[in-house]
Design a protein around this ligand. Sequence first.
Ligand code: PGA
Length: 247
Amino acid sequence: MLVPDKKFIIGNWKGNPSHLSGALELARALGENSSKTTEVVICPPHVFLHPVQNAFAVSVSLGAQDIPTEKFSAEQLASLGVRYVILGHSSRRALGETDVQVNEKIRICLDNNLVPIICIGENTRDTEGNYLKELEAHIRASFAGYTKSDLEHMIIAYEPVWAIGEQATREASPEEFESSMIFIKKVLNDMTGNSPVGKLTIIYGGSVSTDEQLASYLTVGACGVLIGRASLDATVFNALCSRMKTL
Ligand code: PGA
């Protein structure tokens, strides 16, 4: 089970940097260790997992950006020191990854003691609330068959697609995050029976780069953040990690 009340700051380097030297430089520039209360997780591209793991200047956790479904992949990732795996990120969904595949990969992670970080979020947000149907469909398909206790071993990242990356129109407001988080819990409750789901680790991702944003999401109940672009600037990322420890 994930340590209750731990906060997560997860750097998702996506397809960056373009050269190994840049990845090593970034790994060496990390300045904040994970602590008892705050877990710092770095998710470099697959090809850089091993070299980066050996270059970290501080004690942080390693995450992969996906897991192949071949039989030995999970063991191989674990042997590199990988502990977390991002699943269903919008960049993978754009390449055709489905909720059914995400569902299958969650099982592979859980069976191999890897913590899945499952990204879910609507493509667009309308004012009539139709986006909730899209979100609900993702939740129902991605988590079908999982129990309340399985859910305690996962991190769920609410990442509305419209708030992520260069194309983002803006970040989701803390209130938007909060209402989506409540909705996610409600649907999961409904899927897993009458008693309320226990402790769920739900984090926010999408255009986070400032201390104020960090604090605002945590204030409304986020257990952490998934950071893309801002994790590629060591100074900015270190400052966010250090701030996270005070929240
Ligand atoms: P961003 O990306 O922080 O650059 O918006 C978040 C993500 O892709 O997980």
